[in-house]
Write a protein that binds this ligand. Structure first.
Ligand SMILES: CC(C)(COP(=O)(O)OP(=O)(O)OC[C@H]1O[C@@H](n2cnc3c(N)ncnc32)[C@H](O)[C@@H]1OP(=O)(O)O)[C@@H](O)C(=O)NCCC(=O)NCCS
Length: 263
């Protein structure tokens, strides 16, 4: 069970993020889920505190930002040699999400012998399985400390088949500083369904379960999920759970040298 995940560069980045944890907690304009530094409130005042870390990491994420503003921030703040990929923002209020997600949960029956539960602090074997399933479905896995809620409160969905194999997972985390513009927002994602089990509502089920259960334990006011424009299954999944797309608003991940960070 790896504490960190990925190639040498990704692991070094995750270690640096963990080492910065206490400092980040004093900087409401930043956040991290464990994989990336997130710049929540870029401005002339906040850039100086983030730029060196971004250079060190070769990666920097932005959330709830227009595509144009992301392009501008990256060009002005980081300069040449950086490029970004963007994922569409889907957001919703607790009221709307709970209504839709409870309906999803009520409409899906798992096959005989299958089980589903949520885990705030998965054990090492579960962490390993979650990371493996995420990686197998093209989702860049969380490091262990993010899955187990050591950096911020987190919740994992674990759906197993009759043979006890992990077939679906999803994650929610309160990754944003309470004093920032995203303070009431849960970040939900890392939804993965084993390839053989797709298209039967399992993604919707896992996503709805993590939304409903995380709202109960973390009491968030809104939840956000970021979805690639080409990921039709994921888009259908989040819409069914009560989130709606915000036109032109994205999460953007800038990478030095370009490239795409996750699915
Ligand atoms: C995205 C993923 C989790 C969805 O899980 P799934 O079990 O295949 O999807 P579901 O059966 O729950 O379907 C969800 C919705 O998408 C629709 N859908 C499913 N597959 C689809 C496809 N290939 N194309 C278009 N729509 C699709 C379903 O009809 C449903 O919409 P509805 O509620 O309006 O009927 C799964 O495909 C997966 O693991 N993909 C790889 C990893 C990934 O992309 N994760 C998300 C990262 S943001």
């Amino acid at each position: 069970m790896p504490e960190f995940w990925g190639d040498e560069t990704a692991i070094a980045r995750q270690k640096r993020l963990l080492a910065r944890r206490e400092k980040l907690q004093t900087m409401p304009w930043t956040a991290t889920g464990g994989r990336l530094l997130i710049f929540v409130e870029p401005s002339a005042d906040t850039w100086p505190s983030v730029r060196d870390w971004a250079e060190e990491d070769g990666a920097l994420a932005f959330v709830e930002i227009s595509r144009d503003d992301a392009a501008r921030e990256i060009a002005v703040g980081l300069g040449d040699g950086w490029d970004f990929h963007a994922w569409d923002s889907h957001i919703g209020t607790a009221e709307r999400i709970l209504r839709a997600s409870r309906k999803v949960l009520g409409s899906i029956t798992l096959p005989d012998g299958w089980t589903a539960h949520v885990e705030a602090n998965p054990d090492d074997a579960e962490v390993d399985e979650i990371q493996q399933l995420n990686a197998a479905t093209g989702v860049s896995p969380n490091p262990r400390h993010a899955l187990t809620g050591q950096v911020s409160p987190a919740l994992n969905v674990i759906v197993r088949n009759a043979e006890r194999e992990l077939m679906a997972t999803a994650w929610a985390g309160m990754i944003f500083h309470p004093d920032c513009r995203m303070g009431d927002v849960a970040y939900v994602g890392f939804v993965s369904v084993a390839e053989a089990a797709r298209g039967h509502g399992l993604g919707k089920f896992a996503n709805a379960l993590v939304l409903v259960e995380s709202q109960a334990s973390m009491v968030w006011g809104r939840a956000v999920e970021y979805v690639d424009a080409d990921n039709h299954a994921s888009r259908g999944m989040v819409r069914s759970c009560g989130l709606h797309q915000q036109d032109g608003i994205v999460a953007a991940i800038a990478m030095r040298g370009g490239g795409r960070f996750t699915r």
